[in-house]
Ligand binder design. Structure first.
Ligand code: AMP
Length: 491
């Protein structure tokens, strides 16, 4: 199928042609004709599938008939983060360059005055994060009674971030007769409930299993003691041919700590997390996108859905607590059919989180070993807690997801880590492994990184245990034998 078969206008088709897209992606192929017909859509699609164009392109054509009135936006796109909202606004400008439509971007951290002025002039498309939209509504700056198209993007992330009450409030302010396009990467029951409440006889479109990482991403996992993670990351970065990479941390505080550590070690890194002022977030992202910095250390919230062209690597400095975040993180690379590489650094205590990820993606992440890095083993025992055996309650387990997330961002990095004395000896840990080990070696080619020598307990039935380590042959790259200078303790 071609773009010209979808019913889009010549103006929009010409902008698409300028973008150089050869063919519509599956979500575009299925959603565009349905949106043009005025029907509701429930799209189960992750970022990287071309879903933004699947709603932006038909909206341009629908909205080009008609005119905006002051303070009464004709359509509303809700995004969970400022970065995503900004990205969608950029897409609107690019795809809509031949169409005369006005747009306003309402995001926190930017001046109210400019946003109010834009609203005053009347907008066809309003792109907003829920909090800022409600602020402006409460100031009487927006009337939503004329908003005939609503897009809720990344609904599962809205849920994670605790925005659902805001979204429900916003939807209650919109006209009952409207067209609603609802997108989510995953469809947990809570999201299903919302979709049922907001949509009317929607066309359901699922373009990829919600939890399938891009086929083009080569994955690897290295297990080390928690205090060796930074050193391991540096070695991985030096090992790999990193053009540009996002390094994910679970908590905002760790983003800063890791960023400073990388800078201290001479890496060209910038940091992005939700506590930074918006101007700094925008500047950082622009720098990284422009290739002025090679490494972006980020939290999930800040990096969700970011579309960075040709990202070569993703590193998970922490194993994500929610398995689905793993899929989102590694999906930042390997986009649009290009190859990408994603490496996860796990501490022994992360065993059950790794297990959950592997269950979700239905695949074992190949274990790798780096020269000079002492390998540890995952612990799967239920009661053991990551990061120094904190109590269940401290991690917020058992709370709703949104609260859990807040909690995890709030726990300070300086919280005591497990002491050597408290940590079980390696031999004891090995005995804690379940009889049926989840670790299987996979025959993937991970250049420059040594394959983990297969231990009898982990070995795939068909693999010989000759103890041989493959990767560099007889050659040991110079940087691996060079002593690593340790700054301020353990780096
Ligand atoms: P999205 O899933 O909307 O974040 O889009 C992911 C990336 O795919 C963006 O960089 C788009 O520019 C790109 N893209 C969107 N549609 C197409 C298409 N039909 N062909 C090639 N790339 C596309």
């Amino acid at each position: 199928m071609q773009f010209s078969d979808l019913g889009l206008s010549p103006d929009v088709l010409s902008a698409v042609a300028d973008k150089g897209y050869a063919k519509p992606t599956p979500i575009q192929e299925q959603a565009i004709p349905v949106v043009l017909m005025g029907r509701d859509v429930l799209g189960c699609a992750q970022t990287g599938t071309g879903k933004t164009a699947s709603f932006v392109l038909p909206m341009l054509d629908i909205l080009s008939a008609g005119r905006a009135r002051a303070r009464m936006p004709r359509s509303l796109i809700l995004e969970p983060t400022r970065e995503l909202a900004t990205q969608v606004a950029q897409s609107f400008e690019e795809y809509g360059k031949n169409v005369k439509l006005s747009m306003a971007l309402l995001i926190g951290g930017e001046s109210f005055t400019d946003q109010e002025k834009a609203l005053e002039r009347g907008v066809d498309v309003l792109i907003a994060t829920p909090g800022r939209l409600l602020d402006l509504f409460e100031r009487g700056r927006i009337i939503l009674a004329d908003t005939k198209i609503l897009v809720i993007d990344e609904a599962d992330r809205m849920l994670d971030m605790g925005f659902i009450p805001d979204v429900e409030r916003i939807v209650s302010l919109l006209p009952k007769i409207r067209q609603t396009l609802f997108f989510s990467a995953t469809m947990p029951p809570e999201i299903r409930r919302l979709a049922d409440a907001f949509l009317s006889n929607p066309k359901e479109i699922t373009v990829a299993p919600p939890a399938s990482p891009a086929e083009t991403v080569t994955q690897g996992l290295v297990v080390v003691e928690a205090d060796r993670k930074r050193d391991t990351l540096r070695r991985l970065i030096r090992h790999e041919d990193v053009k540009n990479a996002i390094i994910f941390c679970n908590r905002k505080r760790d983003v800063d700590i890791l960023w400073k550590s990388l800078k201290r070690h001479g890496f060209d890194a910038v940091a992005l997390h939700g506590d930074m002022p918006q101007s700094a977030r925008t500047e950082t992202l622009a720098k990284f996108k422009a290739g002025e910095a090679r490494l972006l250390v980020a939290s999930d919230v800040a990096a969700r859905g970011l579309d960075i062209q040709g990202l070569s690597h993703v590193f998970n400095f922490d194993v994500p607590i929610h398995a689905e975040d793993y899929v989102h993180r590694i999906g930042r690379t390997g986009r649009a059919g290009r190859p990408g590489r994603a490496f996860t650094i796990a501490a022994p205590e992360d065993g059950r989180f790794v297990q959950a990820i592997e269950q979700l993606i239905q695949k074992t992440i190949p274990r790798i070993e780096l020269e000079g890095v002492e390998q540890a083993e995952l612990v799967f025992e239920e009661r053991r807690r990551r990061r120094g055996g904190r109590k269940e309650a401290q991690r917020g387990e058992g709370k709703p997801r949104a609260e859990r997330k807040e909690h995890r961002e709030a726990v300070p990095e300086s919280a005591p880590t497990q002491t050597e004395a408290a940590r079980p000896k390696r031999r004891e840990r090995r005995q804690e492994r379940p009889a049926e080990s989840p670790v299987r070696m996979e025959n993937v080619d991970i250049d420059n990184v040594r394959r983990l020598p297969v231990r009898p307990s982990q070995r795939h039935e068909d693999e010989p245990d000759d103890g041989r380590v493959v990767g560099f042959g007889d050659h040991t790259p110079a940087f691996l034998v060079r002593p690593v200078r340790v700054a301020g303790g353990r780096g």
